[in-house]
Write a protein that binds this ligand. Structure first.
Ligand SMILES: Nc1ncnc2c1ncn2[C@@H]1O[C@H](COP(=O)(O)OP(=O)(O)OP(=O)(O)O)[C@@H](O)[C@H]1O
Ligand SMILES: [Mg+2]
Length: 279
């Protein structure tokens, strides 16, 4: 089943900006889906449709098979199933302390106090932010805020998690930790949808990739499939994963025998190099 599906979604902001044009996006249950696109392509606008913050100008959004119900009750129910981590954590964090912020969602679900406390503790631990419970969120660094924002959604235990550029602003280790956490959550059954510019991370984790440019989906498929279309990737101001780019240069400029599809990860490149040059 597709747990998220947009049908011909077009969105125009009140000032007339046409941000999305007939978007058909699907996320199959239990997978990790990546949305790649340059600045201003419409990634955040699309994601804000997934939990009903924005309503399509035309077209329809379906979550777990049902069209979104934009009434208060419908939205409250929806937001228990699908959690969004905003691109800018300052849009998400507002409580006086980190612990209160992470507790806000579960408290709204009317869970018992002990359950809320244990969810907060576990969520902060999973993002590596234990020990920061009593700090005001606005005293945290950018990367720390991002982790707390992710913890806030984790504590809701949603079935679908949507993360708008979850690794931006994180140091390399932090980015890799967050991706590993998302991978683990996915293995536990949560559907994960991320937007990113980080083309090196995508092939490691994504089952399916969408490329969005100027409000249009211009390519979709497996990472292998999408990154084989170098022209479209570059047209969208994106680039190949570094390792694939190296293989492309070695083939084109140095005539080494690396044909397309270029390996997208260090693991794949290693296999290819060993095959050519290992004993
Ligand atoms: N509140 C708004 N009012 C009017 N136009 C907006 C608004 N928010 C975004 N836009 C416009 O909609 C288009 C899509 O913006 P969006 O934020 O969805 O892009 P994005 O792909 O998330 O970019 P980035 O990688 O920079 O986060 C852009 O042209 C942007 O200027
Ligand atoms: Mg954005």
């Amino acid at each position: 089943m597709n747990v998220v599906e947009t049908v011909d979604v077009t969105y125009q902001y009140p000032d007339g900006t046409k941000a999305l044009n007939e978007i058909n996006f699907t996320a199959p249950e239990g997978k990790i889906i990546a949305l790649l696109g340059p600045n201003g392509a419409g990634k955040s606008t699309l994601f804000l449709h997934f939990n009903g913050i924005l309503k399509p100008t035309t077209g329809c959004v379906k979550i777990e098979g049902n069209p979104v119900n934009y009434e208060r009750k419908g939205l409250k129910k929806l937001r228990q199933r699908i959690g969004i981590v905003f691109q800018n954590p300052d849009d998400q964090l507002f409580a006086p302390t980190v612990a209160e912020d992470v507790a806000f969602g579960p408290l709204n679900l009317d869970l018992p106090k002990e359950e809320v406390e244990s969810r907060v503790e576990e969520a902060l631990k999973r993002v590596g932010m234990e020990g920061f419970e009593n700090k005001p969120p606005h005293h945290l660094s950018g990367g720390q805020k991002k982790r707390v924002a992710i913890a806030g959604i984790l504590a809701m235990q949603p079935k679908i998690m949507v993360l708008d550029e979850p690794t931006s602003g994180l140091d390399p280790r932090g980015a890799s930790q967050i991706m590993k956490l998302l991978y683990k959550l996915n293995r536990e059954g949560i559907t994960i949808i991320i937007s990113t510019h980080d083309v090196d991370l995508v092939p490691l984790y994504a089952y399916q990739v969408y490329i969005i440019s100027e409000g249009n989906i211009i390519k979709e498929g497996s990472p292998q499939n999408v990154f084989a279309d170098v022209e479209t990737i570059r047209k969208a101001n994106l680039r190949l994963p570094r390792i694939a780019h190296l293989m492309e240069i070695l083939q084109k400029k140095d005539n080494l025998p690396f044909d397309k599809p270029y390996p997208l990860t260090i693991g794949e490149a290693r296999q290819k190099l060993l095959k050519e040059f290992g004993d």
